[in-house]
Design a protein around this ligand. Sequence first.
Ligand SMILES: NC(=O)c1ccc[n+]([C@@H]2O[C@H](COP(=O)([O-])OP(=O)(O)OC[C@H]3O[C@@H](n4cnc5c(N)ncnc54)[C@H](OP(=O)(O)O)[C@@H]3O)[C@@H](O)[C@H]2O)c1
Length: 330
Amino acid sequence: MTTFNAMIVRENADGTFSRAIEAKSIDDLPAGEVVVRVYYSSLNYKDALSATGNRGVTRSYPHTPGIDAAGEVVQSSDARFKAGDKVIVTSYDLGMNTAGGFGEYIRVPAGWVVPLPEGLSLKESMEYGTAGFTAAMSVDALVTGGVTPESGEVLVTGASGGVGSIAVAILNKLDYRIAGVSGKTDETDYLKSMGVATVLSIEEATDTSGRPMLKPRWAGCIDTVGGDILSSAIKATAPTGVVTSCGNAAGPNLDLTVFPFILRGVTLAGIDSQNCPMPRREKVWQKLASEWKLEGMGKVVSDIPLRDVEARIDDMLAGRHKGRTVIAMA
Ligand SMILES: NC(=O)c1ccc[n+]([C@@H]2O[C@H](COP(=O)([O-])OP(=O)(O)OC[C@H]3O[C@@H](n4cnc5c(N)ncnc54)[C@H](OP(=O)(O)O)[C@@H]3O)[C@@H](O)[C@H]2O)c1
């Protein structure tokens, strides 16, 4: 019987949650057609919530978080996959209520498995992970919505975070002029080195006038935080611009009128990476492996072993996390 290491989150008798690395057996894993030996995972905001007992993400404990995994198939009862295939598994229920990528093995339905695209290594796929995939879905929404580098400046919010950093890097590669909102006032140099031309503080990005529309400033916006920053961005988006929404750390509510939509033709595009249909999922991974591939992600990515994840989770929940964290499982 194969045993392996995994992070297990347990609920304590007093209602608090603790995390430890423990030995598990493949027999402990949920049912599924494909067993994958995980070589790399990555840290996403949802993992930080799952690891600290957020019932909106994970209903029952003990549990192994990790919404991202990349590795090699060791066993498959589905004809689409065979032992030795290199694959990516992200989203669906992985790491939420299904034991996830913070374990050295996962067992999942074949419908969740994406063959590793040519041009991408397993580690590179986790440098993107769900955050990079979500950033790429967001850029894709701007591009297909007709926002070009000539349209004007694109705003990225939560710019130093995982989704924000990769959105900035892809837009920079595609020659867009970028403005970035960040609450980390000491990260201006990092953001400028990533290609952000204009750095805005949260105060500068939050409209307090109460006006239904503002002077058009943005050709498009990739929002990762929601709340007043998102509503301010929508009000300041130029005619026919596209704004994407994927996160809510700054709040789930929008204080808006319909005027930006009916008087300027602004599009608000929702981004849901979890339920992204497989054909679009494969298309976005292909883009990340080819024309949108980011070379030299060293500035954005740091690598840690599983035992160091706990401290990163604390950083993430405290808003101190920067860029992307890849977890080397081997
Ligand atoms: N819809 C989807 O499919 C999908 C997929 C992946 C992620 N998400 C969501 O997208 C968001 C970003 O994910 P991530 O992995 O990039 O997380 P992350 O690395 O923690 O980055 C989030 C960034 O948001 C900013 N931020 C945090 N709290 C804020 C607040 N109260 N007000 C304003 N800005 C705040 C911070 O950036 P600055 O310090 O630079 O301001 C932070 O670095 C999360 O909410 C996540 O749940 C959604």
